[in-house]
Design a protein around this ligand. Structure first.
Ligand code: 2HA
Ligand code: ZN
Length: 270
């Protein structure tokens, strides 16, 4: 068996979590991440039939039985992952009933997957149905995105339009727009189901006064989506009190969409 700490999926995940911490988005145990792994790849590093222990789940993941995920641990700090990946992360396989996570590696202190496992697994189920190459669900607490959710209309149309108006990149990177959930209790099946529902149409979902979810085919895609929203939100927060005079207009956004061939959400431009 090869050394799992040198597996490209592990190295890239640890680097991503370290970077998210460095950006100031994942204070204390804030944020969580899950990456769907290819069983053939995992088998180079682990016996995928050897279960360390079973962790019960309170929701039905029967449509993804046998799938294997690398998942951040509940209560663990992104800050610390690079120093002890096996303590802070786990690799789980969805067990036969779809109601149990079989631990294959990690959570060495007897830990468990993130409290947001319902949102993660339900979002994976939703995105895999749309895009078989989907792999990553990322949840983080980007400062300006949260700040914007405190002062801005939470209408998805209004929120997306403002993000598009702040910088040229926004509509190019997320032409479908950004979903927004009002404040809800986190860690529940309800917020997980609501998030997964939103991710049918979009790859980004803001949780008001909490953070954001982003999904993608790899870590870069999920991170790049969130990073672009956060940059636009930062521009908004820096300029809103001075009065925004030169935001990108609807006709300019349409020109941009025409040149870049963007399949943007037509309901969001006048
Ligand atoms: O894991 O971010 O949403 C801590 C959180 C919960
Ligand atoms: Zn959170």
């Amino acid at each position: 068996m090869k050394n799992i700490l040198e597996a490209p999926f592990m190295v890239e995940t640890v680097r991503t979590l370290t970077n998210l911490y460095r950006l100031g988005w994942d204070e204390r145990n804030g944020g969580n991440l899950s990456v769907l792994l290819d069983e053939d790849v995992v088998a180079e590093y682990l016996d995928t039939g050897k279960v360390i222990r079973e962790i019960p789940m309170t929701f039905d993941a029967s449509s993804i039985i046998g799938k294997i995920f690398l998942v951040t641990g509940t209560g663990k700090y992104f800050k610390n992952v690079q120093y002890d990946p096996a303590y802070n992360l786990g690799i789980i396989k969805i067990g036969k009933s779809g109601k149990v996570a079989e631990l294959l590696w990690g959570y060495t202190d007897g830990g468990r997957p993130t409290s947001e496992l319902p949102a993660h697994l339900l979002s994976h189920i939703t995105r895999l149905a749309i895009d078989p190459s989907h792999r990553v669900v990322m949840h983080t607490h980007p400062t300006n995105t949260i700040a914007m959710s405190l002062v801005h209309s939470l209408s998805e149309r209004d929120f997306t339009r403002t993000l598009w108006q702040m910088q040229t990149e926004s509509i190019v990177v997320f032409p479908e727009g950004v979903a927004v959930l009002p404040w809800m209790v986190c860690g529940t099946n309800e917020i997980g189901e609501a998030t997964a529902e939103k991710l049918k149409e979009q790859r980004l979902c803001v949780w008001a006064a909490h953070g954001i979810y982003g999904v993608g085919r790899d870590l870069d895609e999920a991170f790049g989506l969130i990073e672009t929203v956060e940059k636009a939100a930062q521009l908004y927060m820096l300029s809103v009190n001075a009065g925004i005079k030169n935001g990108i207009t609807d006709s300019q956004l349409k020109d941009l969409a025409a040149v870049f061939g963007l399949n943007y959400n037509k309901d969001y431009l006048d």
